[in-house]
Design a protein around this ligand. Structure first.
Ligand code: PLP
Length: 381
């Protein structure tokens, strides 16, 4: 069988070993060190934010951000419904209550209409959230000019979950820079990886300082390890940060590769009864994943396509299963874009994520494309 074609595998640029070697040469393996400091600076410079904090995961970043906004037991936090569980699990770490917000059809990101409804409900019920987590899904920015004024009107801070969107932009400004705090993930499947890791960025120096303190076990400045607050072991290692520095240098190239892959799918599969994730002209995505949605009249479901691709050792997946449909978030309130059509549910019902890795060859992509064409022609016979 041919070599497996993954959805979004790690892609090393060749520069990573240089920084790892530097860490070895100075025996600065862990915990912190030059690579961590430089990686924070380099991400900030790229994104256009003043302060950064490198962490062991993106989820840790969301947890610290929620803690910074004093989210605790019984509090409410709004969050995009169509996302990965890492966006909202930290709400439960703080024993707070999530409230999910549906997507809009234009970008598949948080619907301003649903957000407005949620705020009206919160005001009436006296359940005003302590923060709103807005996700930039599949590498495309949410519509911040529509969303931010609503949050400002109710004076609620925004955490931008840009875990999937490093390098994407909205009206010329980079994703990760729209909230009070932005977070990135460098997990193995993301557009750049540190093997595992994350970062929070902000222009609020105090916020980053406080989160850095909590992430380092809340160690007070004393030789004997004094602790007045509960802390976490959330920092990134100097080796991982070295990988990140090498990866960041290749990010723009990776985005070009993924954009090319998306265009190929679109051009070569345009006759078939599905469409691709709409690209809003307000921004420029990083094309992290190429995602299609089947037309409603297609007689088979995403699983059928995913299984057919799997027979040829090609990995593809459904969209993120909406959070309000997850057993762990049972009975969580959800606000819809539109009462007749639940956008998230529809996307989950009809969507397939295709192999999109920046290291995928033309031959590999041709195999994916031809396999999909064959699925549709053999069904129609
Ligand atoms: C990957 C991801 C996260 C979590 O990041 P980790 O580094 O895996 O903890 C959070 N939110 C979204 C939208 C993600 O895709």
């Amino acid at each position: 069988m041919q070599e497996r074609i993954y959805l979004s595998p790690p892609h090393m640029s060749g520069n990573e070993m240089k920084y790892i070697q530097e860490a070895f040469d100075s025996n600065w393996i862990a915990p912190l060190g030059t690579n961590v400091d430089m990686f924070e600076e380099e991400i900030c410079a790229y994104v256009g934010m003043e302060h950064g904090l490198a962490l062991s995961s993106g989820t840790a970043g969301i947890h610290l951000a929620l803690k910074y906004f004093d989210v605790g037991p019984g509090d409410y936090v709004f969050c995009s419904d169509l996302t990965f569980a890492g966006s909202c699990n930290p709400i439960l770490y703080q024993y707070a209550n999530p409230v999910f917000i549906d997507s809009e059809p234009e970008t598949w990101n948080m619907s301003p209409i649903a957000l407005e409804k949620a705020f009206e409900w919160a005001k009436k019920e006296n359940k005003m959230p302590k923060a709103v987590i807005i996700v930039d899904l599949y590498g495309q920015s949410a519509d911040y000019d529509a969303l931010l004024p609503i949050c400002e009107q109710y004076d609620v801070p925004v955490i931008e979950d840009a875990a999937e969107a490093l390098g994407a932009s909205y009206k010329g400004k980079k994703c990760g820079s729209f909230g009070h705090i932005g977070i990135f993930s460098f997990n193995g499947n993301k557009i750049i990886t540190t093997s595992g890791g994350g970062m929070v960025v902000s222009n609020d120096e105090e916020a980053i300082k406080k989160m850095r303190f909590w992430a380092t076990q809340s160690r007070e400045p004393a030789k004997h390890y004094e602790h007045k607050e509960v802390g976490y072991n959330y920092r990134m290692s100097n080796i991982c940060a070295g990988i990140g520095r090498g990866q960041l240098q290749a990010l723009d190239r990776f985005i070009d590769n993924r954009k090319f892959i998306f265009q190929q799918y679109k051009d070569q599969l345009q006759e078939l009864p599905f469409s691709f994730m709409p690209i809003s002209d307000l921004g420029s995505p990083n094309y992290w994943l190429s995602v299609l949605t089947l037309n409603e009249n297609v007689e088979f479901n995403p699983e059928y396509i995913i299984n057919k691709l799997e027979l040829l050792n090609i990995e593809s997946r459904p969209l993120w299963k909406p959070m309000h449909l997850q057993p762990v978030f049972l009975d969580t309130p959800i606000f819809y874009h539109n009462e007749t059509e639940y956008v998230c549910n529809q996307l989950f019902q009809y969507g397939v994520c295709l192999p999109s890795g920046s290291s995928m060859t033309n031959e590999q992509q041709s195999l994916v494309i031809n396999t999909i064409k064959n699925i549709f022609t053999s069904v129609n016979k």
